[in-house]
Design a protein around this ligand. Sequence first.
Ligand SMILES: [Zn+2]
Length: 301
Amino acid sequence: MSNSPVDATQIAPGAGQKAAIIFEARPFAGIEPVKMAGKFTEGVTEILPAGEIIRRCRLVPGFAHEIIGHSENNVAIDLYKIGNGAHPVLFYGFPDPGEAIGATGILALMQALSAPECALRRLDVTWLFVPCLNFDDQPDNGRSLSRVMKTSAQEVDWLVHNPRPETTALLDILKRYRPRFVFPMHDEFHCNEIKPVYFPVSHPVPAWLAENLRRLVVQAGFAIDSSFNHPQMGEGFFIIEEEAGEEFSGCTWSFAQQHGFVFICELFAAPGIPHRNLAATQLAAGLTVMTTLKDLSANRR
Ligand SMILES: [Zn+2]
């Protein structure tokens, strides 16, 4: 395998503690994230509520299962692991009330990865999934996806200074595994508003990758949020730490970015776009970024 990338962009660590991240344009042989995400989500007819996600994830064969904590209402927080590659990656769903798209994508990806012949199994990766981080704040005790608006006390990702058990469980996983890619599957599914898509990231991504991501979501029928326009990355992108300012020290991603790249794809439920496409688009965006990270794009040795 050639070690010379077609186009690599070295990202220097920032003033704070940030992992060095290198992106590579050379695609991994046999892995086409957009096609794969479409295939994985073929069976999705609707975005599922948290209780149903938890039940179905427990039925997927081939994963090591661990309970990494309990919510304030004593609901177990599940972690699933498959593969034992050199580079851990973490996907987590239901971070906030009603933010449900990601977990349906996680279930589809777990089902795909449970097949040994899945091409993604050839990556030198340890896959980690938390399908439901914040069960307590889901509508109707995890049984429905009724409209819900969150409060700041429910945003467990932002409670590092006053952590809820969900925050502590996530921080423990970040410290224990030091994932190279972290995909907090936040979305705007809950608010029933039509808004354009935006991408919060820990480090700047190269312009070609930003353009690929914009094309991916536009082809799926979404608009890009042009109120964000980063000088290097362009429309729809911003660096989380720069937007959050001093509050960032209270965010779990201030830990995550010390060891890896944090990527978020904020999608919205939009009229005329089937639920399946929501899950497929967010998953495609995440896998696209993940497989351009230099460490992760290589074949298992
Ligand atoms: Zn959120």
